[in-house]
Design a binder for this molecule. Structure first.
Ligand code: TRP
Length: 338
């Protein structure tokens, strides 16, 4: 098996906080499986996190190691996947600089993800230039590794589109096929809701269960979970749709028949929330126990984790450096070469 016959996968995570069950369902689980069938690069996107965390740089940098611990805890194997730190791969910043000339400000302002994020953050007209242009930096991340596949949530699809536009624009400009277009890989599983019933689990919304959660934290989160507000007495029929406990059982309980039986019983009436929550609690405790244990073991040797990151980052620099030299050669930026 040669490495060129394998797809190249690039994933990225902003390092604004440790990862949670939503990440696990949406992407981490898949990445653990994919590392056997692809050349996989995992980018700790601290530079991108800084674009909307001015003044909170310490939180961003502190979380680099937290996210790395999450990767290792869920089973990302540094011998199979390359974990690297975005800010420590200067080739990415250099490539961004060239790509920035190939996109207009108007186009960036039309990017639906950016538009929504600007709205959420209340930037209005005071948008940091680095924030507006982060799709270009993300395009540099993707193209520097010549990624063919990029696993993303649907909110990131505009980034892939923008990346491929830049690839075509660059290759057209230099009249050479230097950069490679990529395909998004969308998760097949539905998005995990927050424990409060909001559509998205997110640390900043306070409705997440962290991968490193303690048994008590898991139990408390399950206890707090939004169910069916109309299900007042055990004997009442209950609603499964929009009921977070059942959404979680769908996501985490592999015994589909068991889940179906619980749903039928709940709908009929006679099944109390506390009973279903107990089933879910046991399931989540069993899932997170080994992850938490591996995380603790790794946490005890931070030096070793940093060493994994150092090696991954060096490897990433080699790959990105190769692409960058091709890019510069295509543009004639080769003054000192003969
Ligand atoms: N934008 C992604 C996020 O918000 C993180 C990211 C940075 C990324 N660079 C990337 C994702 C490259 C995919 C590919 O989570």
């Amino acid at each position: 098996m040669t490495s060129t016959s394998l797809p190249t996968i690039l994933t990225g995570d902003r390092t604004t906080g440790p990862l949670h069950l939503g990440h696990y369902i949406g992407s981490l689980r898949a990445r653990v499986a994919l590392q056997h069938e692809a050349r996989q690069f995992l980018l700790l996107a601290d530079t991108q996190a800084l674009t909307d965390n001015v003044g909170r740089h310490q939180r961003v940098t502190a979380n680099v190691i937290e996210v790395a611990l999450d990767y290792l805890a869920v089973g990302i194997d540094p011998a199979k996947s390359t974990i690297c730190i975005q800010s420590q791969v200067p080739e990415l910043a250099e490539l961004s600089q060239y790509l920035l000339n190939l996109v207009t400000v108007a186009r960036l302002e039309r990017n639906p993800t950016i538009k929504e994020e600007i709205r959420l953050r209340g930037f209005e007209r005071d948008i940091p230039a680095g924030f507006l242009t982060y799709p270009v930096s993300q395009a540099a991340d993707i193209t520097a590794f010549k990624a063919t596949h990029v696993p993303v949530g649907d909110d990131q699809l505009p980034m892939i589109e923008q990346t491929n536009e830049l690839v075509r624009r660059f290759n057209h400009t230099v009249e050479r096929e230097v950069l490679v277009e990529c395909a998004p890989v969308l998760s097949a599983v539905p998005r995990l809701p927050g424990i409060d019933g909001k559509a998205k689990m997110s640390k900043s919304l306070g409705n997440a269960i962290a991968l490193g959660a303690t048994p008590d934290e898991i139990a408390q989160a399950v206890k707090d979970m939004y169910t069916d507000p109309g299900h007042l007495r055990v004997s009442d029929p209950g609603k499964v749709e929009g009921n977070v406990v059942f959404a979680f059982l769908d996501a985490f309980e592999p015994d589909v028949q068991k889940v179906d039986a619980l749903k039928a019983h709940y709908r009929r009436g006679g099944l109390g929330d506390s009973v279903v929550k107990q089933v879910l609690n046991e399931r989540l405790q069993a899932l997170l126990e080994p992850i938490r244990t591996r995380r603790r073991e790794r946490e005890a040797d931070r030096g070793e984790v940093l060493e994994v990151l150092r090696r991954g980052t060096l490897r990433a620099r080699e790959v990105a450096g190769q692409t960058l030299s091709e890019v510069k050669r295509a543009m004639g930026l080769t003054y000192f070469e003969h």
